[in-house]
Design a protein around this ligand. Structure first.
Ligand SMILES: Cc1ncc(COP(=O)(O)O)c(C=O)c1O
Length: 407
């Protein structure tokens, strides 16, 4: 017999669930799809999904997996991928033992677990804005508050002084989370800048979570790792990912590395709860991690050409404020419009130049502070050179049309 109840109480979503923002970049995607159906070609400058083919050993490894059962891997990772990650880091002069590494489901899981390991609910983590927008999402999952320290386009989004950084610290601050090379700005922090973070972390007892997912995308000089600063050996956590460097975003393989045994053993407990990372994909990364230059160099060189092209084209567009990003494959650009959310939507929804338009990410989504980034967009260099050239022509024409119409 069915049970009946006298009263029915409503259910409600958690506060952190309600407060979580949906992805700012994907907001316009549905509109873009509808527009394409009307015959308008859209150049996507909005996403960080590289357009190049994945290296063939990955595809071969997936096809040739020969075991009868795809078993769970150990929670910290399979032995072969762990020693491949050790080799990978050693290639950059960074020494980690296998016991100091944990294979994760992408860099995303590494960052989320690191936040969970070093912060309690309600604690604060320092980030630099504009910031990788998913940091806000990871912080939301971990119930941690991202505290934004501003950086500006005028100096290519480089870090402020130690004093300024310190002024954002309070009793709830537990860590600094940053990425260099940076998404969304492409900025690479110098030795002196990272030293500022190291000094502040030492003085105030903070962990440093260093997201090094774009390590290889360094066009002027090598990007430094936080592991290059021995004084923070006890408090540094390196977060890395195969997604971009090897053009394999869908394999979902990342890593977390730390010399701090408590950090590693704590994160391992979280990992035991989520059981393991995909077995076949972990193994498929081994040949790439063992010979990283072979697979990442061609990718990086292609993006260098794209960066150079976009930078020189942007300089020629009246009213545009830009700089030369030292790394990654993004740039945050200042545009001569009041509200880039409106402009980006107008581009996707209404504008066309010879039946073509562009899709850009409004930069507001990369800022914690309301009202910031309203005249900025992030461009990702995900298109072939000819398409990027065409996109820059469309941007120039669009700015002319938009500003004439709104005058
Ligand atoms: C700065 C940064 N960190 C981490 C990630 C996460 O990468 P994944 O989870 O694909 O390894 C990304 C992805 O775009 C990123 O841009």
């Amino acid at each position: 017999m069915e049970k009946t109840v006298d009263t029915v109480s409503s259910v409600s979503i958690s506060r952190r669930g309600r407060e979580m923002q949906s992805s700012p970049i994907r907001k316009l995607a549905a509109i873009a799809e509808a527009r394409k159906k009307k015959g308008i070609r859209i150049y996507h400058l909005n996403i960080g999904q590289p357009d190049l083919p994945s290296p063939s050993p990955v595809l071969e490894a997936v096809h040739s997996f020969s075991k009868k059962t795809i078993e769970y891997a150990p929670s910290n990772g399979l032995p072969e991928p762990l020693s491949a990650w050790k080799k990978y880091f050693a290639h950059f002069g960074i020494q980690f033992d296998e016991s100091e590494l944990i294979v994760t489901t992408g860099g995303s899981e590494a960052i989320t677990l690191a936040l969970c390991a070093v912060c309690d609910a309600g604690d604060e983590v320092l980030v630099f804005e504009p910031s990788y927008a998913n940091y806000f999402g990871f912080a939301g999952i971990a119930n941690v508050k991202p505290k934004a320290i501003p950086t500006t386009i005028e100096n290519g989004f480089h870090l402020p002084s130690e004093d300024v950084i310190e002024s954002y610290i309070n009793e709830k601050t537990k860590a600094i989370l940053y990425c260099s090379p940076s998404n969304p700005s492409g900025t690479i922090y110098s030795r002196d800048e990272i030293q500022r973070l190291v000094n502040v972390a030492m003085k105030h007892g903070l962990f440093i979570l260093s997201d090094e997912a774009y390590r290889e995308f360094a066009y002027e000089s090598n990007a430094l790792s936080i592991a290059d600063f021995p004084e923070v050996r006890d408090r540094a956590i390196v977060l890395d990912s195969c997604s971009k460097k090897f053009n394999v975003c869908g394999v979902r393989i990342g890593v977390l590395a730390s010399h701090n045994k408590d950090v590693v053993s704590t994160i391992l407990k979280f990992c035991q709860a989520r059981l393991s990372v995909a077995t076949v994909e972990q193994l498929a990364m081994v040949p790439l991690l063992e010979d990283p230059d072979k697979y990442s160099n061609p990718i990086v060189e292609e993006f260098r050409k794209r960066r150079d092209l976009v930078c020189s084209e942007l300089k020629e567009i009246p009213g545009v404020v830009s700089y030369k990003p030292e790394g990654a494959f993004y740039i945050v650009v200042g545009l001569p419009v009041k509200d880039t959310e409106h402009f980006a939507r107008w581009l996707v929804e209404e504008f066309e130049y010879e039946k073509e338009t562009i899709f850009m990410a409004p930069a507001q989504g990369f800022y914690v502070t309301p009202g910031k980034g309203t005249n900025e967009v992030r461009l990702a260099f995900m298109l072939k050179i000819e398409d990027l050239k065409r996109s820059m022509i469309i941007l120039r024409e669009a700015l002319k049309a938009y500003n004439t119409a709104s005058r």
